[in-house]
Design a protein around this ligand. Structure first.
Ligand code: ATP
Length: 228
């Protein structure tokens, strides 16, 4: 696989069936580095993450992950059933399925990764609790721990800070800083300008098109102004 210093999207067109969402999107995301994706509701941010995961196959254009092998994906909390009758430890362990396959017995290494990821997000005391008994912010931390347990090169996050209090948001930001320092490439959809500003790079989408890309301060300034 080709190894570059970037994830490169070239003229990507993608959507759902006959519904086109992303239209001719070209962008270059630093690798390693943190890229935030901002834009109004429905502008195609989650669809872009779907393309990067490979779940959504572009109808046109190309995606070059720059050699990123393992991809971790952390969904919006709403997208995940809170009713699953599993514990926090079981949910985080699901992050190991990507390398082991579902229903396989986890190795000692897998179990150690799961414990480390729970500890990083202060989930160890909740390890035996059912997901359904957790608060929204705690569940959000479980989803991130599950993403980290995949030991990804490329970590894709869909609004991981939504609805979190300041302490939990700071904690997640700290964990993402650590991952970035370890060389993980992070792509992060957010509506939070403070989170977007901390990134290395920012993409502004509108109507499925790239309106601007570059340093967050410049791009966010652009997003404050009416398009045109
Ligand atoms: N599974 C789907 N089938 C058909 N259309 C979809 C599907 N998922 C999203 N869409 C449509 O694609 C468009 C872009 O949605 P997407 O979720 O990518 O936007 P977004 O920028 O992430 O929005 P938000 O900020 O609200 O999360 C929307 O018009 C949405 O209705």
């Amino acid at each position: 696989m080709k190894v570059t210093d970037a994830v490169v999207l070239s003229e990507v067109t993608a959507g759902y069936g006959r519904r086109t969402v992303l239209r001719g999107l070209s962008a270059r995301l630093p690798r390693p580095g943190v890229t935030t994706v901002v834009g109004p509701n429905g502008s195609g941010k989650s669809t872009l993450l779907g393309v990067l995961t490979g779940i959504i196959r572009p109808a046109g254009g190309t995606v070059d992950l720059g050699g990123a092998g393992r991809i971790g994906y952390v969904a919006q909390r709403d997208a995940v059933s809170d009713a699953l009758p599993i514990t926090v430890r079981e949910a985080v362990s699901m992050g190991r399925w990507a390398s082991r396959g579902p229903w396989r017995r986890l190795t000692a290494y897998d179990r150690a990764v799961v414990e480390t990821c729970m500890a990083a997000l202060d989930l160890t005391p909740l390890a035996a609790h059912r997901l359904s008994t957790l608060s929204g912010g705690q569940r959000q931390r479980v989803l991130l721990a599950q993403g980290l347990a995949q030991e990804p090169d490329l970590l894709l996050l869909d609004e991981p800070m939504t609805g979190l209090d300041a302490t939990a948001a700071r904690q997640i930001a700290g964990v993402l800083d650590q991952e970035r320092a370890r060389g993980v490439t992070i792509v992060h959809v957010t509506h939070d300008p403070a989170a977007a500003l901390r990134a290395d790079h920012c993409l502004l989408l509108d109507g499925g098109r790239l309106l601007a890309e570059g340093p967050p301060a410049t791009v966010l300034h652009r997003s404050d102004r009416p398009a045109g």
